[in-house]
Design a binder for this molecule. Sequence first.
Ligand SMILES: NC(=O)c1ccc[n+]([C@@H]2O[C@H](COP(=O)([O-])OP(=O)(O)OC[C@H]3O[C@@H](n4cnc5c(N)ncnc54)[C@H](O)[C@@H]3O)[C@@H](O)[C@H]2O)c1
Length: 363
Amino acid sequence: MTLKAAIVGTGAVAHLHAQALTADPRVDLVAVSNRSGERREVFADRYGVRGRYTAHTDLLAQEDLDLVVLCTPPHLHREQALDAFAAGAHVLCEKPPALSLAELDAMQAGADAAGLALAFAFQQRTGTAAAHVRQLLESGDLGRPLLAQCQTLWLRDADHFAGEHRGTWDAEGGGTTFSHGIHQMDLLADLLGDWAEVDARLWRVDRDIETEDVSTATVRFTSGALAVLVSSVLSPRETSALRIDTELATIELEHLHGHRGTDWRITPARGVDPDRAARWTFPLDDEPSGHAALVRGVVDALTTGSPLPAVATHARRPLELATAVYASATHGRPVTPATLRDDDRFQHSLRADVVDARPPAVP
Ligand SMILES: NC(=O)c1ccc[n+]([C@@H]2O[C@H](COP(=O)([O-])OP(=O)(O)OC[C@H]3O[C@@H](n4cnc5c(N)ncnc54)[C@H](O)[C@@H]3O)[C@@H](O)[C@H]2O)c1
């Protein structure tokens, strides 16, 4: 079976999807749509795509598609996903999944009602090294996770925020937590499981924007593990880092936008049996994290009629965690899954109160 696929939004991230889709003999990338014509034409020429549309609605009306990949900004995901389901196509949607939990629920309800798949690109979960660590944690071989640190220290300068609608609630839906930190938060939650409580602050330390340029949060997981989270767009040496201290080892990951085995390290605690620690060595058949692995997993499922892999589902957990950061910072108290569920304001939006840490302007 050949999957007929289309990409909506031919910007930066769409290239990663196009490379993965065109490399897969089970997929025919038949069409793209993009609001701006020049970007669309250059993109379509580069990947040899026949169908070219301005509006995604025209693309859906004209093409008979199995899979629509949404690479548009997050405020468009809900509407475009529902339109794709109405046209009978499965959807693979870029992160962040939507602007709110209510929007995400509407997308999932649309998929379920149509009997179609809704997959998401949280590609930090993919790769053999992440799978290895996940398996070690699940098996209990590393002991109970106790303490974690999760850092997304990136740099977006004033020029970046001078761009149209950048740093605004309406266009981006949230600040660095939602746009950047969500990747590492997702990987952390993928490894540590469900969260029980979030206590967070949102800060504007330097950039002249509506949304936060830094967030700080403490997360308690249902396992009892504690995690300290920082997301930033102010950090000249950029890094994405995780550290998890378990009863028997320290797990560390440092990378920027994708990881492989050599980016991870497991250090045994004093006294751990060397034979046991030898089992923790990272596998040699190392596939890096990324869109190639993610897209292959989605195509595997769609071509065989099997359920989507876990690396492409569970988008609610990272969106919930991010939403809890915004809700906690605004309410000035810890948030639990139960209080978040009853929080009508934050079910529908992430728009939150940000504390200005900048000194007052000199009059
Ligand atoms: N998974 C990742 O690692 C990763 C990396 C970068 C971006 N992203 C996410 O991917 C999404 C897109 O980000 P980007 O960096 O590619 O943005 P981008 O601005 O480079 O591209 C978005 C494209 O969508 C087009 N567009 C806007 N409205 C449209 C419409 N109604 N119909 C069709 N096209 C439309 C724009 O013209 C633009 O070409 C965002 O949700 C972003 O957070 C994910």
